[in-house]
Design a protein around this ligand. Structure first.
Ligand SMILES: Cc1ncc(COP(=O)(O)O)c(C=O)c1O
Length: 438
């Protein structure tokens, strides 16, 4: 029996005018539940079911859904008639950029886009302009957006990528048709946490940059091994390529200065999105002035184009300023880290009692339960050892009990500032019940 008839009907209706009925294919899921509203840690679907939400709009709502301070800032901006005036710089974008650079250690200056994908697109263009090289390295199991350079190799199947390769590279497992073969040849996909494969590629190709999520958070939580990020930094310095951290998911979620603040490794460029405006659409490219200044390079042949009708849209920018101010005011990271620990401890107790192999992987407020006997070091490790069928079932049962994790195995869960100890306790009680039944 379909527990979400209204959601199914809406999807079917929208399919008449929107191919597949969804406007981002990453939102296609089974079941495809349609949500009507969100407040704090909770979301409500069309059927009126209430859920404790750990999806957070794909990790964007770090303060919680419809945070009152962020919404207030947006409403004030609307009230002040500052909506897209259409020409010239604004106070808002200057104020945001100043705040941002105060927060993020490697940011001398920033440029502002509407999405994370645009941010990674521009970061790669800068890397190519700076180095005069065309090849780039990305990670198997990393997601960095939808454009030609990066639309590949996230949750690949064994059939698509084959056995583990090290040192070496995986075939470009395209997420999209329409990417020219010549372009794919410029993209090299390697294991995360695998320095030997980076060395292998840079010996063979002129590499402009390595682009990676410093923690792989699109396949759960896969953390850097000790020394990995430091070695990347060293290789970049020695070989003249740019180290680019894609902090679209890790940025502002793990610390005010991004994961780079916690790990102490300074990338040349980094990209942000999602949590930076707590659910309003913004992407940011940040980095050293000498690289960001390629956007205004005096020589036309070296100048990188940035343009966008909606870049630093006043409503979004007001939301981002309010978000950064709230994060900087203190207390947020302590709160979410405490809840994260509570959840991790509770899940450890519940799964230990089952005798089933499992590993709760967590960084602050971001978590994932792997059904394998160790914390994965890369995506191939997950592919080989994780029980995907059990994971899928586990997520479905949780959803039916009112705990919303995205119904796709190894998708990372997100706790927000709006979650409470009571939310975590309720989550654990329900998890205990379903795990006993599984
Ligand atoms: C790490 C990472 N980079 C880039 C992106 C692309 O951001 P957007 O969807 O805003 O284009 C995402 C989106 O999920 C992401 O997780």
């Amino acid at each position: 029996m379909n527990a979400w008839p209204k959601s199914s009907a809406l999807l079917k209706s929208n399919e008449q005018w929107i191919p597949g009925g969804v406007v981002s294919l990453n939102r296609k899921s089974d079941p495809n539940i349609c949500f009507e509203k969100g407040k704090g840690s909770r979301v409500w679907d069309l059927e009126g079911n209430e859920y404790i939400d750990y999806q957070a709009g794909f990790a964007a709502a770090f303060l919680g859904h419809n945070d009152p301070d962020v919404n207030e800032a947006v409403q004030q901006t609307l009230g002040a008639s500052t909506l897209l005036m259409g020409a010239g710089p604004t106070n808002l974008e200057g104020e945001f950029a100043r705040l941002f650079c105060e927060c993020v250690p490697s940011a001398d200056s920033v440029q502002i886009t509407t999405t994370g994908s645009e941010a990674t697109y521009h970061a790669l263009r800068i890397a190519r302009a700076v180095t005069g090289r065309d090849h780039i390295i990305v990670m198997q199991g990393g997601y960095n957006g939808w454009h030609n350079d990066v639309a590949c190799n996230v949750i690949s199947s064994l059939a698509d990528v084959g056995e583990r390769v090290s040192p070496g590279e995986y075939p470009f497992d395209s997420l999209s048709a329409g990417i020219p073969a010549q372009h794919k040849a410029l993209v090299h996909v390697v294991n995360y946490n695998d320095i030997a494969s980076i060395e292998y590629i840079i010996k063979r190709y002129p590499v402009a940059g390595v682009l990676l999520e410093p923690i792989l958070q699109n396949v759960g939580i896969v953390k850097p091994l000790p020394g990995y990020l430091e070695s990347l930094r060293k290789l970049a310095d020695e070989n003249g390529f740019l180290l680019i951290f894609d902090e679209v998911k890790t940025g502002f979620r793990h610390a005010l200065g991004g994961y780079q603040q916690l790990c102490g490794v300074r990338p040349d460029l980094s990209t942000f999105g999602k949590a930076v405006a707590n659910g309003y659409p913004m992407g940011v490219i940040a980095g050293k002035k000498e690289y960001l200044d390629y956007f205004i390079h005096p020589e036309k042949s070296k100048r990188v184009l940035i343009a966008g009708t909606f870049n630093a849209h006043p409503l979004t920018t007001a939301a981002a300023i309010a978000t950064l101010r709230k994060l900087a005011a203190g207390g947020v990271y302590e709160h979410v880290n405490k809840l994260g620990q509570l959840l991790e401890d509770g899940l450890n107790d519940i799964f230990s009692a089952t005798g089933r192999p499992f590993k709760v992987a967590r960084q602050g407020s971001a978590f994932c339960v792997y059904f394998m006997d160790h914390a994965p070091v890369d995506f191939h490790d997950i592919l080989k050892h994780h029980d995907f069928a059990f994971d899928k079932n586990y997520r479905l049962q949780l959803i039916e009990k009112g705990i919303f994790n995205f119904p796709l195995p190894i998708k990372q869960g997100s706790i927000s500032f709006a979650h409470t100890v009571k939310d975590i306790e309720e989550t654990l009680e329900k998890t205990k019940i379903i795990v006993a039944q599984l």
